[in-house]
Design a protein. Structure first.
Length: 94
């Protein structure tokens, strides 16, 4: 689902103008981005949690130069689905 379709569906379900829904959606995403960027987790009840984690450095193979190289440690954003989402996916066979 893309942004336009999400705005359209929420607009229909909430009986709000599309411009209002889009404004709320943009503000929500900005808030999520700010919280995750600051190292705080962002929990979406019933869906899951976004959090920042440190990925350790590791050795990778570069096929172009045919050499091993060290990939440095870096911060990544990880999504952990809630138990309800995991159970629903498991029941659906995914």
């Amino acid at each position: 689902m893309n942004k336009a379709r999400l705005v359209d569906e929420l607009s229909k379900q909430l009986d709000l103008p599309k411009s209002t829904v889009e404004t709320y959606l943009v503000e929500l995403v900005d808030l999520m981005r700010t919280e995750v960027k600051n190292g705080n987790g962002f929990n979406v009840p019933g869906l899951g949690q976004f959090e920042t984690r440190e990925r350790a450095s590791y050795i990778a193979y570069n096929p172009h130069y045919k050499k091993k190289m060290r990939v440095p440690a870096k911060k990544i954003v990880q999504f952990t689905p809630s138990k309800n989402v995991k159970d629903e996916l498991k029941e659906s066979g995914l």
